[in-house]
Design a protein around this ligand. Structure first.
Ligand code: HCA
Ligand code: CU
Length: 371
């Protein structure tokens, strides 16, 4: 939710945050990351309320608070009763210069101080090396050694500008997973369209925590979408996702789209309006025989119905025949061929609807002909 709120069109009210947190908990996410208690006037009270709300429901979902490495901010975050603190600071040369003006030794010193402080309070703490993929390897190793010695639980490696390739993500994270004992987290932006593949590469490299947002919203064009990561993993092995309530996923995406006043993007895995719509005659014929012929995901596992788009100029007789059965209209082979040609011809002139197709089919029914 912290990254999601950085999407320029997002302005979640407190009630919307409550609704969204509960929806995410129903889906079964492990953590909800919320923004800093000092990010806006009521942030601290809202955080406290959301923490106790999840506790009162005995939810397994935990709240983490994103926090600058600043003791006052951390103290306020700890007061909310959240499960843990997500610290962060820029580590790349760009951010050392343009963001805080500190070199890597200074950054490490501040980070270590804050990690030790949070640990002394008995809380989960992770540190995010902002812009990790443009951070000099020696600098990254230096700060990670310091964080490990300080007892950090988890380190996040964000691709802050979304420029990393899946191979870079895999190489860097597998090296850090080999060298260090802390848990590896990945947070990847989508500036070059690779957020889902990069998140997957991170998991293969040993990351155990992947940041996602609903619909992939976030700063600029956002990060890895939740449904994208779910699709990526589900197609490999559904058992990887057995802890989640997959049928809640379309509801979560719809909820956020409604809150933002935007449609679900046409290319969103699983939840796009046409993610399971088949159109070409060759496809619909095969799908009617075996849905796996043209599907790598099973829509019914997400509570979604597959549809055949038969009202098109590239439709085929098998799709028309299936629709006739749905309409309880009996057709001869010649009628079926004639209807298919009519639909293809009509849809070639201008877009037509399923109702138009239904009218054509019904006009061939024995009863209609008799009359
Ligand atoms: C930000 C940058 C961040 C932080 C990620 C993190 C990024 O603060 O907006 O702390 O895990 O992409 O680097 O979102
Ligand atoms: Cu980010």
């Amino acid at each position: 939710m912290r990254e999601g709120e950085q999407f320029s069109r997002a302005h979640f009210t407190f009630n919307q945050k409550v609704e969204l947190t509960l929806a995410l908990a129903r889906f079964g996410v492990e953590y909800v990351e919320l923004g800093s208690p000092v990010s806006y006037p009521n942030a601290s009270q809202e955080l406290t309320h959301l923490v106790s709300l999840l506790e009162s429901k005995q939810s397994k979902t935990k709240i983490l608070v994103h926090c600058r490495c600043n003791k006052d901010d951390v103290d306020k975050a700890l007061e909310t009763g959240a499960y843990g603190i997500n610290l962060f600071m820029g580590t790349s040369a760009y951010l050392q210069k343009a963001s805080h003006g500190k070199n890597i030794q200074e950054v490490a010193k501040i980070a270590v101080g804050m990690v030790e402080y949070v640990k002394s309070k008995g809380k989960f703490v992770r540190f995010g090396c902002e812009d990790a993929f443009r951070t000099n390897l020696d600098d990254l190793l230096y700060i990670c050694s310091a964080l490990e010695a300080a007892g950090v639980d988890q380190v996040d490696f964000p691709d802050t500008v979304g420029g990393a390739t899946p191979f870079e993500v895999y190489d860097r994270l597998s090296e850090f997973a080999r060298r260090f004992k802390f848990k590896i987290e990945y947070h990847g932006h989508n500036d070059t369209g690779g957020a889902i593949s990069n998140a997957y590469a991170a998991l293969e490299a040993g990351a155990v925590c992947i940041n996602t947002t609903v619909l992939g919203i976030g700063e600029r064009n956002g990060i890895c979408p939740l449904s994208g990561l779910v699709a990526r993993l589900y197609s490999l092995n559904p058992a990887l996702l057995s802890r989640y309530n997959l049928k809640e996923l379309p509801k979560v995406d719809k909820l956020v789209a409604t809150m933002l006043g935007v449609p679900i993007p046409h290319d969103m895995p699983i939840t796009a309006p046409n993610a399971f719509t088949h159109k070409a005659g060759i496809h619909t014929k095969a799908i009617l025989q075996d849905s796996q012929a043209y599907e790598v995901l099973r829509p019914e596992d997400f509570g979604i119905k597959r549809t055949l788009d038969i009202a098109s100029r590239i439709t085929g007789k098998h799709a028309v025949a299936a629709r006739a059965i749905e309409l309880d209209v009996e057709l001869s082979d010649e009628d079926l061929a004639a209807i298919t040609e009519k639909v293809r011809y009509a849809a070639g002139l201008e877009p037509i609807s399923l109702e138009n197709v239904d009218l054509i089919i019904k006009s061939y029914s024995k009863k209609a002909k008799g009359e």
